[in-house]
Design a binder for this molecule. Structure first.
Ligand code: SF4
Ligand code: F3S
Ligand code: FES
Length: 235
């Protein structure tokens, strides 16, 4: 089948200082991934086309893009999923565009780092070997361990678009992963951070984050659990 690809372009180094779109018409298979199409354009039509990718299998989180108006991973989206013979690819919203689909991820990772996204426990395990955790305790945060930090959630959130000081759903998901881990000791500190002006209360339950997440994480539910933990004063 033939499709029309409409690709966002911005490349100040190459004199493209104003955002615009390039249009390509190419032959594709319905089972081709959008990442395959971008690779083809780069290899055979325009080597300056720039985008991030690494694993090509939905694991590294580097190729989140806005595809036909919705945040998705280019490597996990098939032509047939879109059901459209025109495919528009744009960078994720709310971040500074550096070049084509490459955006500045530094503020995103600064927000991530601000919630202490690591295990904190300065006590030795009782048996000197391991921290014991029941199956039920582990289940409390199982869903939020699946995050690949692709930013599809944060950059689809209207609260983040209107105020980029909002820490964003991805940071909250990663805070949730540790707040509800029975072995961790820094839940109180994380809840305090997320109770600030830039924290969870900026979430207006829009659900865009949950719809955008390629890992099917229950993002809005995780945010609600963190809000409740703040109100209770404990996880
Ligand atoms: Fe990506 Fe989902 Fe993690 Fe958000 S919660 S960064 S959408 S994997
Ligand atoms: Fe934004 Fe998700 Fe809340 S889209 S407003 S973080 S439910
Ligand atoms: Fe790694 Fe798509 S290239 S998630």
């Amino acid at each position: 089948m033939q499709i029309t690809l409409k690709l966002f372009r911005y490349n100040p180094e190459a004199g493209r200082t104003k955002p615009s779109y390039d249009i390509f018409t190419i032959e594709v298979d319905p089972t081709d991934r959008i990442l395959d199409l971008l690779e083809e354009i780069k290899a055979y039509h325009d080597p300056t086309l720039s985008f991030r990718r690494s694993c090509a299998h939905g694991v590294c989180g580097s190729d989140a893009m806005r595809i036909n108006g919705r945040n998705r991973l280019a490597c996990k989206t098939l032509v047939k999923d879109l059901n459209n013979d025109t495919i528009v690819v744009e960078p994720i919203l709310g971040m500074r565009v550096i070049k084509d689909f490459i955006v500045d991820m530094d503020p995103f990772f600064d927000s991530y780092k601000s919630i202490l996204p690591y295990f904190v426990n300065n006590q030795k395990p009782e048996d000197g070997k391991e921290y014991i955790q029941s199956i039920e305790q582990r289940e409390k945060f199982d869903n939020t361990t699946k995050c690949i930090l692709c930013a599809a959630c944060t950059t689809s959130c209207p609260s983040f678009w209107s105020n980029d000081q909002y820490v964003g759903p991805a940071a909250i998901v990663n805070a949730h992963r540790f707040i509800f881990d029975s072995r961790d000791q820094a839940a109180g500190e994380r809840l305090e951070i997320l109770n600030q002006q830039s924290g969870v209360w900026r979430c207006r339950t829009a659900f865009n984050c949950t719809e955008a997440c390629p890992r099917e994480i229950h993002v809005t539910e995780a945010i609600a659990e963190v809000k409740n933990a703040i109100l209770r004063g404990k996880p």
